[in-house]
Design a protein around this ligand. Structure first.
Ligand SMILES: [Zn+2]
Length: 209
């Protein structure tokens, strides 16, 4: 087993791993942790995000919870009903985004999860430009909520850069993002991980052009 640290560790500092998808809201993460592991998470991030919620005016908080619940319903429907039925999946993602996007920040984790499924459907349907567009939204949300070295961020950067460079044949457009993906993946996955190696090889061919 190999353990990779995403940031420097101070002497005596406790190390944590996450048991759930970290690109979710604090309430969703804590509920899943409680349902699956029977504890209410008190990590620094949960405490920080709970404090923000507690400081939000009650009316705004109820509105936010209502909209997030709506987004959750769409996500659950997509995951349950449309496995590999990409037309239906995309249609429901678009309806879901339309229903919630006026009331949620563009980087809200529920928005990001809808974009993740939108991108999956677009890739399945070979709608590559739309897949890049969703990918950019996912990257923005990852940058907002995750550590800058999180492998999830690296993965999404790599996915978008690869579509741009290889499928859309726009290597120059992809170059900066590809470099960033390599920097992040070198820490998150390691510099010799097959995905990092493949990204480096692709960047090499772009620089040679
Ligand atoms: Zn936590």
């Amino acid at each position: 087993m190999e353990i990779r640290s995403l940031r420097d560790i101070q002497p005596g500092e406790e190390c944590f791993i996450h048991y759930v998808n970290v690109l979710q809201t604090v309430n969703v993460r804590r509920k899943k942790l409680y349902d699956n592991y029977r504890f209410w998470c008190e990590c620094l991030r949960c405490k920080r995000e709970l404090k923000i919620l507690a400081d939000t005016a009650i009316g705004d908080r109820l509105k936010l919870e209502e909209t997030e619940a709506k987004a959750q319903t769409f996500l659950a429907k997509i995951d349950k009903e449309f496995d590999e039925n990409y037309y239906k999946m995309l249609e429901t993602c678009e309806t879901g985004l339309d229903a919630v996007q006026n009331d949620l920040d563009t980087t809200n984790p529920h928005m990001a999860q809808l974009h993740v499924r939108t991108q999956e459907a677009c890739i399945g349907l070979q709608k590559w430009k739309a897949a890049v567009k969703s990918g950019m939204e996912i990257i923005r949300a990852c940058k907002t909520h995750l550590l800058p070295t999180d492998p999830i961020l690296g993965f999404h950067m790599w996915r978008v850069a690869k579509i741009q460079a290889v499928t859309l044949n726009q290597p120059i457009v992809a170059r900066d993002l590809l470099q960033q993906a390599i920097d992040v993946m070198s820490i998150g996955y390691g510099s010799t991980h097959p995905m990092t190696m493949e990204a480096k090889e692709l960047l090499g061919t772009i620089i040679d052009q």
